[in-house]
Design a protein. Sequence first.
Length: 136
Amino acid sequence: MYSYLYKHRFYLINIPLIIYWIILFILTTLPGRIAVTLDVSDKIEHFGAYGLLSVFLYLNLSFQNRFEIFKKFPGTFTVVIASFYGLLDELHQLLVPGRSADVLDWLADFSGSLVAVLITGYLIRRIREIEIKKTN
């Protein structure tokens, strides 16, 4: 599975990351009165939204071959990038009618990213180990 993901990373990782990030930006740009929300706490929405963003971003950084430092530390860079984007998104929402910036939303973004990185990193390592054992 690891080699399949690597081989098809453009369609399975890169394109979904781009599409998801665009959707996330559009949803956070909608005015408060027409914003799409689920029937759960907005902190859970932030946690999940940035968790999913971080899964795609982690995989993207892990499977890319251009920058060795990103490949070596995908988790660290994923949390930094997602958290920084979350901060920018909160500041951006100050300019959107009916929206506001909230430190707790940003903490939910950060937490979602961190948990997603820990889980994704663990799963990718396990999948890779299993694939290596099968080839030996």
